[in-house]
Design a protein around this ligand. Structure first.
Ligand code: GLN
Length: 470
């Protein structure tokens, strides 16, 4: 079995033709994890026994002719998505021993499909970061170059897929955490429209920005996982009714040149231009567009995101969930637990969030950011009157070295092209484009597509065309 070339379509065909069983497929992935994850550290925990049981169940479904698209397909989970009875730590000491008491809706859906969940994968603590270096449980390495980061916050799931330690994976994207690691590890990553996938059972980072989405090696596989997890959920009040936008075949791509030319490394920009030229040959019309406020998305993000995060993280008080440090007074339990349980980046975000929400500063920061968010949304709506999608590189540069972006603002700048889609609630996807060389190693880069609200099908159509240019 060649895992590198394996796709969901091919695995489905082989499983249904009984060329191998779901148990054999799962064992092959478990073996590869045992062989490779020692040095990559994508997984925080591998659920071997449970995965085999789920695979056995999948074989039963196939034997009875009851298989669904993902029956027997091995999936990696991100450590902030709940699976009943299993630890979900968000890569934080705060939740090191926390066991989920229910399944996230996406997990319920995967279980109904008979998918196999291989384990929980590493991430930045509470999904804050762009390199997986803020995990309380060690770094995940980029399978393409072990001296470099896999991106973040979903570095674990991305590395698992890129190193064939899972066929596909679930991630969460609040400000790029699926698309950026996908770009840095050379795979496909997609953030659905806000509300298209239920957030029930996803640990909240910033509730108005968070979305669960797929990692895969191909656009088709990303689509298959997205189709399996999408849909209205009465347990998530922000979940949208089931409806995809009926789209015409996308023809016109808008490039916000003034935005992307600032700060993108020259060879990444060149790879992007090459891809554009190839898309033009395929019949796409490429036009320059102006999105004057969209470049401020990063600043808006780093006000709204910490504001919401500081509020969401108030629940980790040493009483309700996870870690509890004993002390003489309740106040001391709060402070000691939060001091011991949260890492530096998490504490930094709580401080920023509390500051921008405080009565003296909320007008100057939080409310201003909210107002700009409306402007950014409106600019995209206007742009989509003229073009079918907005495209740009996913990140300004390829994977960087461990420690290279230890200054927080340089790490935040990594999200410059990723945050606009979260701020506007739009679906967006990163697809591998041409590679660039750093220190003699060829490194992947990502081509990002942003589509109108519920325009996931536009992403898949353009994404497949980008894929075919490689
Ligand atoms: N890198 C961004 C941050 O640190 C995005 C994180 C995410 O999407 N979860 O907040």
């Amino acid at each position: 079995m060649n895992l590198t070339k394996l796709t969901i379509t091919e695995a489905r065909r082989a499983l249904d033709a009984k060329e191998y069983s779901a148990v054999e497929l799962t064992d092959t992935y478990l073996k590869n994890i045992a062989a490779r994850d020692g040095e990559i550290h994508a997984y925080l925990e591998v659920w071997e026994k449970e995965a085999r049981e789920e695979a056995k169940k999948a074989d039963g479904m196939i034997a009875r002719g009851e298989q669904k698209p993902l029956t027997g397909i091995p999936v990696a989970n991100k450590d902030n998505i709940l699976v009943e009875g299993r630890i979900a730590s968000s890569a934080s000491k705060m939740l090191e021993q926390y066991r989920a008491t229910y399944d996230a809706t996406v997990i319920t859906k995967l279980k109904e499909q008979g998918a196999v969940i291989l384990g929980r994968t590493n991430m930045d603590e509470f999904a804050m970061g762009s390199s997986t270096e803020t995990s309380a449980f060690g770094n995940t390495k980029n399978p393409r170059d072990l001296s470099r980061v896999p991106g973040g916050s979903s570095g674990g799931p991305a590395a698992a897929v890129a190193a064939d330690m899972a066929l596909v994976a679930l991630g969460s994207d609040t400000g790029g955490s699926i698309r950026q690691p996908a770009a840095l590890t050379g795979i496909v990553g997609m953030k659905p429209t806000y509300g298209a996938v239920s957030r029930f059972g996803l640990m909240a980072l910033a509730s108005s920005l968070d979305q669960i989405g797929p990692f895969a090696k191909t656009v088709d596989d990303a689509r298959a996982l997205f189709e399996a997890i999408r849909g209205h959920d009465k347990m998530d009040s922000t979940s949208l009714p089931d409806s995809a936008r009926a789209v015409k075949t996308p023809k016109k791509l808008g490039i916000p040149r003034a935005f992307l030319e600032k700060g993108t490394e020259p060879d990444v920009l060149a790879a992007f231009e090459t891809t554009l030229a190839l898309l033009k040959e395929k019949g796409y019309e490429i036009v320059d567009i102006e999105l004057p406020t969209v470049p401020h998305s990063l600043a808006v993000y780093y006000i709204i995101q910490p504001a919401e995060a500081s509020t969401n993280l108030a629940r980790y008080d040493g009483i309700r969930y996870g870690l509890s440090v004993p002390a003489d007074s309740i106040q001391e339990v709060y402070t000691k637990t939060r001091g011991a349980g949260f890492g530096r980046e998490v504490r930094r975000r709580i401080l920023i969030g509390s500051f921008v929400l405080s009565s003296g500063y909320a007008d100057a920061y939080y409310r201003k950011a909210r107002a700009l968010r409306d402007t950014i949304r409106a600019e995209f709506t206007d742009a989509f009157q003229k073009v079918d999608a907005v495209v740009m590189p996913t990140t300004p540069s390829p994977a960087f070295k461990f420690g290279e972006k230890s200054y927080p603002l340089s790490m935040y700048a990594e999200d410059v092209f990723a945050t606009p889609a979260n701020i506007a609630g739009l679906p967006a996807m990163s697809v591998p484009m041409g590679e660039v060389e750093r220190d003699g190693t060829s490194l992947p880069t990502g081509f990002q597509i942003i589509a109108p609200h519920l325009g996931e099908n536009t992403l898949f159509t353009i994404g497949s065309d980008v894929e075919s240019t490689l």
